[in-house]
Write a protein that binds this ligand. Structure first.
Ligand code: NAP
Length: 252
């Protein structure tokens, strides 16, 4: 059987997912195609349900639809429910089930590099789909505190989650606090906006910086880390780990 797979997002010019999934399928001897499916925000409510009824076997979901897809699904995994975001959908026997592989993909970086999370502190920049998965993974692994940095502090106040402190980017930059981990979960710095950084160089006080962006490989944020001698990881390692987890779901 040849599987029909695809990625849904608003703009996918930056995506490596097609090459990555084709490479993993080739290595595993699985026959399949992987399409990049751009859907504009205005037509999402009409176009997405049609895709669920089409002949796709599996889908990945990216910006900005990881939360929007949930009401259309027949069921979602426990971790996707807790996170409130879905990045992988399995379509079988007319039913659509959602999962979140960002959680495991992020933790794999720590496992592979022998970095311990227990008792550490983190600042998570942004609070979208990826940030929610990462914050939950860090909590589950015993992190001692997480500050979530948001641009829209009114939105932060509406989030009822006592596990985290929500602070604005201005406050974060003013505080100049030290963290074990700073994790960029915003798209700031992603191609083509490569001359932007979510935080200035002066605000980077951390042992490790993780940028979820993988295009470019070295964002402005990571080039600041290089100058400061701070250890850093780009999003490539997490991308391939979460892609492998998606294929485990689709192909069992
Ligand atoms: P998302 O759900 O759209 O969330 C994006 C977050 O970034 C939101 O909190 C948003 O704030 C914030 N944000 C957007 N523009 C901002 C700006 N100019 N200044 C400050 N905050 C801003 O996206 P996502 O799925 O979480 O993905 C986020 C990033 O991670 C993307 O670059 C994506 O490519 C990357 N990612 C990588 C991997 C990987 O495997 N490497 C996996 C998942 C995601 P508002 O709520 O105020 O809009």
């Amino acid at each position: 059987m040849a599987y029909k797979l695809g990625l849904i997002g608003e703009k996918l010019g930056h995506s490596y997912s097609k090459d990555l999934h084709n490479k993993i399928m080739n290595e595993s001897g699985i026959l399949g195609t992987y399409d990049l499916i751009e859907i504009p925000k205005v037509s999402f409510p009409d176009d997405f349900p049609k895709l669920l009824l089409s002949d796709y076997n599996g889908l990945n979901i990216t910006i900005p639809y990881k939360e929007n897809v949930i009401p259309f699904l027949d069921g979602i995994s426990e971790s996707a429910k807790k996170i409130g975001a879905v990045n992988t959908i399995s379509l079988k026997d007319g039913k659509a089930y959602g999962y979140n592989t960002d959680y495991d993909g992020f933790l794999e970086i720590f496992i592979r590099n022998s970095i311990s999370i227990k008792g550490k502190t983190a600042a998570v920049l942004g609070y979208g789909g990826a940030a929610k998965a990462i914050a939950l993974a860090l909590i589950d692994e015993g992190i001692s505190s997480i500050d979530i940095i948001m641009r829209n502090i009114a939105k932060a106040k509406a989030v009822n989650n006592s596990s985290y402190d929500f602070i604005s980017f201005n406050e974060f930059n003013r505080n100049s606090k030290y963290y074990d981990f700073i994790i960029n979960c915003t798209p700031v710095g992603m191609f083509p906006y490569v001359i932007e950084s979510p935080i200035p160089k002066a605000s980077i006080r951390a042992s490790y910086v993780f940028d979820l962006i993988y295009n470019p490989e070295e964002t402005l944020l990571l080039s600041f880390c290089k100058e400061l001698g701070i250890k850093y990881f780009n999003g490539m390692e997490m991308l391939s780990a979460q892609a492998r987890k998606s294929q485990e779901i689709w192909f069992k």
